[in-house]
Ligand binder design. Structure first.
Ligand SMILES: [Zn+2]
Length: 541
């Protein structure tokens, strides 16, 4: 997602939700069938959730579903022989506990939960920026539980199907494909269903009066997927002509670089999400205000579209690995921009990423930060986003374009529709690059900070050599960094230029080197192409 400056209310919601956490070991949800009736007025919803799951172990005698602040009317169990049993259940307002009948390991069971209430969060119902009544889900990170009974954690992905009953003039958008249903004259229902498992934090509905435009699914003779732009009617022409003008091209670039789009369609939806953009699987929600103010650009579209591959199709197994989602989307914003408009887009974006990381308050913490595992909002930081993007950029520089993109394609193919950890990613990349990269991932993911180099130089005219002194002067607590190839560019009079790579070792804070330079340099530049996340001071001795 992309953040807006409204983290305060989200933080409050998280504090509210962080008291009781359901224990879910041994239960693997397969399908959620979610039936929601939205009211004509007020904010109270009627819900029915049909949850189909596999029991991993005989000992799992209780299904615990996260559900906050609703009233549970009844629970029915559908056992392995499809018998329906009325269940006794316990609900403390935060976790719904349903005792299960004895059964075999790996049997499939279902429960039907009927409930109602006014969601405190997660499903926002009220007037939009154009003054019309709308309803939008906004689940990240663990806010699905305020309106949906779910195993609300990224590790348990499942297929989701929504059936939503709405007032007559409304349309409904959701994940997956639209399924035609006969309403039998009972008001307006809309049904959507995914064919792929998705994380609960992206299971959403958006309902209201929309203008829907369809963008062409073919670009340069290559097929993509159906692309829809859902907006408030007043903002439709702007959306189609500015932020989403190249929506198809963006998908095509990612398909060419990484692999097929993971879902059946992509809807770009104007919404009341608290985030600048939220990468809900196949139905991205964007903040409404930048449309209304006509300030919305393409960057957020590139970022959220890239998330469909990284974050949605391949999901971080747990929050401390969130850079696998946000670092990738931040990097691919620049990579897609470079593919569409030239390499300077990526160079400028990496420079901006470095500056925002350097001036952040998280440089003393590592990217993979288990200290914040229970507090995902704190992980939406300059570590997960810009530094995460830099990890990918430096990895690409270390192993080369070909191994890098081959590795990403294999990683996507291997973990698509599943979850991954940083170690899973490392293993795939090491295999494709045929080299051990333990040192690389350790220093950039698990060590805080970044290298700060003091470089001094002196020309020995007799030997035709430059004598270099290189000191890593970053804080001791950050540790030392190994930089196998730091490029130095020596410039002389009359435009003479020569480049030499020197290795910086993690075993010594101070090092020296001698490199051949066929002229007396007047200037030395370190890392002239911006391939490394570092800060440098250069002085002549
Ligand atoms: Zn993001």
């Amino acid at each position: 997602m992309e953040c807006m400056r409204t983290a305060g209310s989200l933080l409050a919601a998280l504090l509210l939700s962080g008291v009781a956490v359901a224990q879910h070991s041994g239960i693997d949800v397969q399908v959620y069938g979610l039936h929601i009736t939205l009211p004509d007025s007020g904010r109270s919803i009627l819900g029915q959730a049909v949850v189909s799951f596999v029991r991993q172990a005989r000992v799992d005698s209780i299904l615990a579903l996260d559900l906050v602040g609703m009233t549970v009317d009844s629970v029915t169990i559908i056992d392995a022989t499809f018998d329906r049993l009325t269940a006794r259940f316990r609900y403390d307002g935060r976790v719904l506990r349903i005792p299960l009948p004895a059964g075999r390991v790996r049997d499939t069971l279902g429960v039907v939960v009927d409930y109602h209430g006014t969601p405190q969060d997660g499903l926002i119902i009220g007037p939009n920026a154009r003054g019309r009544r709308v309803a939008f889900a906004d689940n990240w990170p663990e806010r699905a539980r305020f309106w949906l009974p779910t195993v609300d954690r990224p590790a348990d992905k499942a297929i989701a199907g929504f059936t939503v009953r709405v007032p007559p003039s409304w349309k409904v958008v959701s994940n997956g494909v639209e399924v035609w249903i006969d309403n039998y004259g009972r008001g307006d229902s809309w049904r959507w269903r995914t064919r792929h498992p998705i994380p609960t934090y992206t299971m959403v509905i958006g309902a209201g009066e929309f203008a829907v435009s369809k963008h062409r699914p073919v670009i340069n003779g290559r097929d993509t997927i159906p692309i829809q732009v859902w907006t408030y009617p007043e903002d439709s022409a702007f959306a189609d002509s500015v932020p989403f003008r190249r929506a198809t091209e963006i998908v095509e670039v990612m398909q060419r670089l990484i692999g097929p789009f993971p879902y059946e369609k992509l809807a770009h939806v104007q919404s009341s999400t608290k985030f600048g953009g939220m990468e809900n699987s196949s139905a991205i929600f964007y903040a409404e205000k930048p449309y209304v103010e006509r300030k919305m650009g393409e960057g957020v579209v590139r970022h959220e579209t890239a998330h469909q591959w990284f974050g949605d199709a391949v999901t971080e197994r747990d929050w401390p690995d969130i850079w696998l989602s946000e670092g990738f989307a931040t990097y691919f914003d620049g990579v897609i921009g470079a593919a569409l408009d030239g390499d300077t887009v990526l160079a400028n974006s990496m420079r901006a990423n470095a500056e925002s990381y350097f001036k952040s308050d998280v440089t003393d913490r590592p990217i993979v930060d288990s200290g914040y595992a229970a507090d995902p909002i704190k992980l939406l930081s300059a570590n997960s986003y810009p530094k995460g993007a830099w990890v990918l950029h430096m990895l690409r520089g270390t192993i080369g374009d070909s191994a890098f993109f081959r590795g990403l394609r294999t990683y996507y193919r291997t973990y698509r529709d599943s979850t991954a950890t940083s170690s899973d990613f490392q293993r795939v990349i090491e295999k494709e690059a045929r080299t051990n990269l333990g040192w690389f991932f350790h220093q950039w993911l698990y060590q805080p900070g970044y290298p700060q180099l003091d470089v001094t130089w002196q020309y020995d005219a007799g030997a035709g050599k430059v004598l270099l002194g290189i000191t890593q002067r970053q804080k001791l607590e950050w540790g030392l960094f190994r930089l196998p190839a730091v490029t130095l560019e020596f410039r002389g009079t009359n435009g003479a230029t020569v480049r030499r790579d020197v290795a910086v070792s993690a075993s010594n804070r101070e090092a020296s080197a001698r490199v051949d330079v066929p002229f007396a340099p007047t200037e030395v530049r370190v890392d002239p192409d911006g391939k490394l996340l570092l800060r440098v001071t250069i002085g002549r001795r």
